[in-house]
Design a protein around this ligand. Structure first.
Ligand code: ATP
Length: 414
C-alpha cells in the first residue's frame, strides 16, 4: 500500500496510468477500476493505493493497483496551474511546496542547520533563545517593526546580537542561536525579506576578526560538505548546480582593494554596493573557480558603533574596523566583526554614532552600554542569513524560494 498524491492521471484504452507521489518521489501505477472506467479522481487528490509491485524486463517498477481509495479529493482546477502569476503561487504556497524540488530546499536547510549545530556543539557552544520582542530598536530604530505592548511600543528584534553580547558579559564564552529576525525594510530585492532566519554566533577571547573568519570558514566547509553528502545528487538533478566548498582558503580581500578591482562601484551607495558584490563574486569565480570572497577592513565610519576599530590609521587613511562580510555568488551571506568591549570607548562611539537621543537614552545607554560597565571579555561574532546561504548554495534566484513562507513589504499572507 502506498499513500500519497495522484501526480498524474492518463487514460490508456481500458485502464488508467497513474503517477503516485509522496515526498520520496514518484511511482508509476496502472489501475483498471472495472469494465466501466468512470471518471478518475482529480490530479493532486490524496489517495491510498493497494496492489502488487511488478517489474517487467528492466522497466521501472510499477504498482498494479487493486484498490484505490480517495482519502481527500482535490478540487479542479488548481490555482497554481499554467498561467498562474508568482503572486497566485505564493498565495497557494501549500500547493507550490508539493513539488520535489521545493521540498528539497527545506530538506537541505534541515541538514545544513543540523550540521551547523553539530559543529558548534563539538566546540563548546551553548544555544540560547533570545527574545524577539524588545523595548528598544537595535541600532537606529529606522528598520524595526513596532508592536503595541500593553499601552507602550515595543519592537520586533532585528538581530540577536545584543543578547549574544549579553551572554559574553555573563561569561558564557561561546553562544549561538538559529532563529527569526525582523526588518522593516520597504525595498523589494531578490535577497531581502522582512522576516528571515539567521544563524548567529558570538565568541569570547578572540584576538581579532580574523579568528571569526577562520571559524566561519571551517563551519561552512563542514556544513556544506554535510549537505553535499546527503543531498548532492538530488541538488544536481533539481537545481542544476553542484554543491561544493573550496578546500583551499577563501580569499580575504580588504575592501579598498576590492573597490579597485571592481572599478566604479563604491561602498557608500546601497545600489552600487550590490553591484560591487556581484562584480567581486564574478571575479572570484573566474580567478578561484568559486564565488566566495571575504571582504575585510571596512572603514570604521561605515560600520555600526559597536564594531571595534583599529587603534590607529596611517596618515590620510580612514580608520579601519575589525569587521568583515562574506559574499557567495554576489550575495552577502554574512556580516561579522570584533565588538568593542571597552566601556569608555563604547561610550565615546555611542556619543558619535548619530543616534537619536531618544534611542540612545531609552535603550542603548541604559541597556546596551551597561553590559560593559562591569567588565566584558574581548569578543566578536557573525550572523549567517540562512535563506541567502540556501540561495547561493542551491542557485536559487529569489529569497522567496528559500523561505518556507516569504515575508516582504507587500506580502504578509498567508
Ligand atoms: P544588506 O546590506 O544585504 O541589506 P545587512 O548588512 O543589513 O544586509 P546584517 O544586518 O549584517 O545585514 O545581517 C546579517 C546577515 O543577515 C546578512 O549578511 C544577510 O545574510 C542576512 N540579511 C540581512 N538582511 C536581510 C534581509 N532583509 N533578508 C534576508 N537576509 C538578510
Amino acid at each position: 500500500m502506498v499513500r500519497g498524491w495522484l501526480d498524474r492521471v492518463r487514460r490508456s484504452k481500458d485502464l488508467y496510468r497513474l503517477e503516485l507521489r509522496d515526498r520520496s518521489g514518484l511511482l508509476e501505477a496502472v489501475w483498471q477500476p472495472g469494465n466501466d472506467l468512470g471518471d478518475p479522481p482529480s490530479p493532486e487528490s490524496v489517495v491510498r493505493a493497494t496492489g502488487l509491485l511488478r517489474r517487467a524486463n528492466g522497466n521501472p517498477v510499477q504498482l498494479h493497483v487493486e484498490e484505490l481509495e480517495v482519502v481527500a479529493p482535490a478540487q479542479s482546477p488548481l490555482p497554481t496551474g499554467p498561467g498562474a502569476s508568482r503572486s497566485q503561487e505564493l498565495d497557494a504556497r501549500h500547493l507550490e511546496l508539493r513539488s520535489a524540488s521545493k521540498y528539497l530546499i527545506f530538506a537541505v536547510q534541515t541538514t545544513l542547520e543540523a550540521a551547523i549545530r553539530e559543529f558548534v556543539l563539538a566546540r563548546g557552544f551553548v544555544e540560547i533563545h533570545s527574545p524577539k520582542i524588545s523595548g528598544g530598536g537595535s541600532e537606529s530604530g529606522a528598520t524595526v517593526f513596532s508592536v503595541p505592548y500593553f499601552g507602550n511600543s515595543a519592537y520586533l528584534v532585528q538581530s540577536p546580537q545584543f543578547y549574544m553580547q549579553m551572554a559574553m558579559a555573563a561569561g558564557f564564552e561561546r553562544v549561538f542561536e538559529i532563529g527569526p529576525v525582523f526588518r522593516s525594510e520597504p525595498g523589494t530585492t531578490p535577497i531581502h525579506a522582512t522576516e528571515f532566519t539567521i544563524a548567529h554566533f558570538e565568541m569570547s577571547w578572540i584576538d581579532s576578526h580574523e579568528d571569526l573568519i577562520d571559524f566561519e570558514e571551517a563551519l561552512l566547509r563542514y556544513a556544506v560538505a554535510a549537505v553535499a553528502a546527503e543531498h548532492g545528487e538530488e541538488i544536481e538533478r533539481h537545481c542544476g548546480v553542484s554543491v561544493d566548498f573550496p578546500s583551499e582558503e577563501i580569499p580575504r580581500l580588504p575592501i579598498s582593494e576590492a573597490q579597485d578591482l571592481a572599478g566604479e562601484a563604491t561602498v557608500s551607495d546601497e545600489r552600487s554596493l550590490s553591484d560591487l558584490e556581484r562584480t567581486l563574486s564574478k571575479r572570484a569565480h573566474r580567478e578561484y573557480g568559486h564565488g566566495l570572497v571575504f571582504l575585510t577592513d571596512y572603514p570604521a565610519s561605515a560600520r555600526p558603533f559597536y564594531t571595534m576599530a583599529a587603534d590607529e590609521a596611517p596618515d590620510d587613511e580612514p580608520l579601519k574596523s575589525r569587521s568583515f562580510d562574506l559574499l557567495w555568488h554576489g550575495i552577502e551571506i554574512t556580516s561579522g566583526g570584533q565588538r568593542e568591549h571597552r566601556f569608555d570607548r563604547l561610550e565615546r562611539n555611542i556619543a558619535g554614532a548619530g543616534l537619536t537621543e531618544e534611542a540612545a537614552d531609552l535603550y542603548i545607554r541604559p541597556h546596551f552600554l551597561e553590559m560593559f560597565r562591569y567588565g566584558c571579555p574581548p569578543h566578536g561574532g557573525f550572523g549567517i542569513g540562512i535563506n541567502r546561504l540556501l540561495m547561493a548554495m542551491l542557485g536559487q534566484a529569489s529569497i522567496k524560494d528559500t523561505s518556507f513562507v516569504f515575508r516582504g513589504p507587500k506580502r504578509y499572507m498567508p
